[in-house]
Design a protein around this ligand. Structure first.
Ligand code: AMP
Length: 192
């Protein structure tokens, strides 16, 4: 099962991806986490990405694609993966499509978690307290939501046009949203 989770910052992609990983037994690949690890390790890629991420802007397509390609060609993705945080714009969506075609592993389904903007702001403020991420400051949060609307929202139509989009209500308890996802992906699941 090759699945991509779409949704604004704070829509619950990361939380649901963690549960889906357990359920589907495929890796959870988060480009945000890969980038935060590079920043923490102080690699040259991390140094390039650090300030861009702290401001809530997008890291360059070339950097993220290179990182993702390396991850997606590792053997643990053989039975699929859950992608979270990529694609963030149409150029990335096209690049991912080309990459998956090249390795003969087309995306099965894109799951969009829809959450109202006010709730996103509340959730991100709560997370800022709990996790202290550099990009959870009020200014960075505002910018990340703006970047999402301007650059990432069109990616939803990209998958809708391919007939691969499952648009779900992302509001509810963890279990409720998880069960909605399981129902949406069940035609594609070969486990669970
Ligand atoms: P996330 O954990 O997905 O919210 O990502 C945190 C930050 O990492 C984003 O605000 C971006 O600065 C950067 N980032 C993550 N994924 C991407 C991507 N696909 N393209 C560009 N920047 C990304």
């Amino acid at each position: 099962m090759r699945l991509v989770l779409l949704g604004a910052p704070g829509s619950g992609k990361g939380t649901q991806a963690t549960r889906l990983r357990e359920h589907l037994q495929v890796p959870h690949i988060s480009t945000g986490e890969l980038l935060r690890a590079a920043v923490a390790a102080g690699t040259s890629l991390g140094l390039q990405a650090k300030a861009v991420m702290a401001a809530g802007n997008l890291v360059s397509d070339a950097i993220v694609l290179g990182m993702l390609e390396e991850r997606l060609t590792q053997p643990d993705t053989r039975n699929g993966f859950i992608l979270d945080g990529y694609p963030r714009n149409l150029a990335q969506a096209n690049a991912l499509d080309a990459l998956l075609t090249k390795i003969d592993q087309p995306m099965d389904i894109a799951v969009q978690l829809d959450v109202d903007q006010d709730l996103l702001v509340d959730r991100l403020a709560g997370r800022a307290k709990a996790e202290g991420r550099a990009d959870d400051s009020p200014e960075a949060v505002r910018n990340r939501l703006k970047v999402y609307e301007e650059q990432t929202a069109p990616v939803v139509d990209f998958y809708r046009n391919q007939g691969k989009l499952a648009h779900l209500d992302g509001v509810g308890s963890l279990d409720e949203v998880f069960n909605r996802i399981l129902e949406a992906i069940s035609p594609h699941a070969d486990v669970g």
